[in-house]
Ligand binder design. Structure first.
Ligand SMILES: [Fe+2]
Length: 315
């Protein structure tokens, strides 16, 4: 059966994608950001997921104000990079996993979550920037290391879904994945945030204290986060801080108790606080239930996790 072995939280700042695409990652400003993901890329190479579910938001690339699904699940075989105004990012087409995506759609919808099923969709920096941060730079003509199931969430136009709804959707996704018969190791990303506001009198707002508390509770006590009202995100984390509800879908898809494998926080990138966390489910760390093909053991994943020292928050 399929298993979610870990959750990854990552900001998806578009300027990070531009820095990668324009060869600026070694410049001091950007090196501070990218160096925080080197251990994460090592962890990802060790973990070798079969599939990644990536919770992100579209920035008027695939959707517009004409159509705003609250939760849209990508069930297509592939997702080309979007034209974001400067042309599509030079990254590979994202390969989907239609069989698992369709299974999740069926399970979650019958569980009373009204997903929109999307069979044709482009994906923008909201998804491809976290993929670069965790998988590294991938040549446009090469392939991403694993198939991806995109889950687009409306956090652009009011009303976005409440944090509790997001967390419970994560729970339903966990149940769906665990009822899929094939032996797959799955990771789930929550992307966006952390605190930032890109326009208006408070443009440039960053609230590190709020961000750190969010990461602490995400790791140890997510129930403290699920009832935070939208107005608190707006007030404390800026107008675009509401993207953080997407991290609650990721957290809901994990076990109650998790191990914090890694954390990184730095400010600013562009005008945004960059947050990143890796949370691993305990005890099963990718261990395959199938005796026929035991590709990786829980012990091996634990040793990989141990090599990646937990880095406490800075900045
Ligand atoms: Fe965004």
């Amino acid at each position: 059966m399929a298993r979610i072995v870990a959750g990854i939280g990552s900001s998806h700042v578009p300027a990070i994608g531009a820095a990668i695409d324009n060869g600026k990652t070694e410049e001091p400003y950007w090196k501070r950001v990218f160096s925080g993901f080197e251990k994460s890329q090592e962890w990802m190479r060790e973990t070798k997921p079969d599939v990644a579910i990536i919770v992100y938001n579209d920035h008027a690339s695939a959707f517009s104000v004409d159509l705003i699904p609250t939760f849209a699940l990508g069930c297509a075989a592939e997702f080309p990079p979007a034209d974001e105004g400067w042309g599509p990012r030079p990254v590979p087409v994202v390969q989907g996993h239609p069989a698992l995506a369709s299974h999740i759609a069926q399970s979650v919808i019958l569980d009373e979550f009204d997903l929109t099923i999307v069979n044709k969709m482009t994906v923008d920096h909201g998804m491809t920037v976290p993929m670069n941060l965790l998988f590294g730079k991938v040549d446009k003509n090469a392939h991403w290391p694993c198939p991806v199931i995109p889950l687009a969430v409306n956090v652009v136009m009011y009303p976005p879904p409440p944090g509790h709804r997001c967390f419970m959707l994560g729970r339903a996704i966990k149940k769906a994945v665990e009822s899929y018969p094939d032996d797959l190791k799955v990771v789930i990303f929550g992307t966006g945030g952390l605190s930032h506001q890109i326009s208006g009198p408070r443009a440039g707002l960053i609230n590190s204290k709020w961000d750190k508390a969010f990461l602490d509770n995400l790791s140890k006590d997510p129930q403290k986060l699920v009832r935070i009202p939208h107005v608190d995100y707006m007030r404390e984390a800026g107008a675009e801080g509401i993207e953080m509800v997407m991290w609650l879908i990721m957290r809901g898809a994990l076990d109650d108790k998790v191990d914090e494998v890694y954390r990184f926080y730095t400010v600013p990138a562009s005008n945004t606080a960059v947050g990143h966390i890796i949370l691993a489910n305990r005890g099963r760390g990718g261990a395959r239930k199938s005796a026929a093909k035991p590709k990786r053991s829980a012990g091996k994943l634990k040793r990989a996790a141990a090599r990646v020292k937990v880095e406490r928050i800075r900045g």
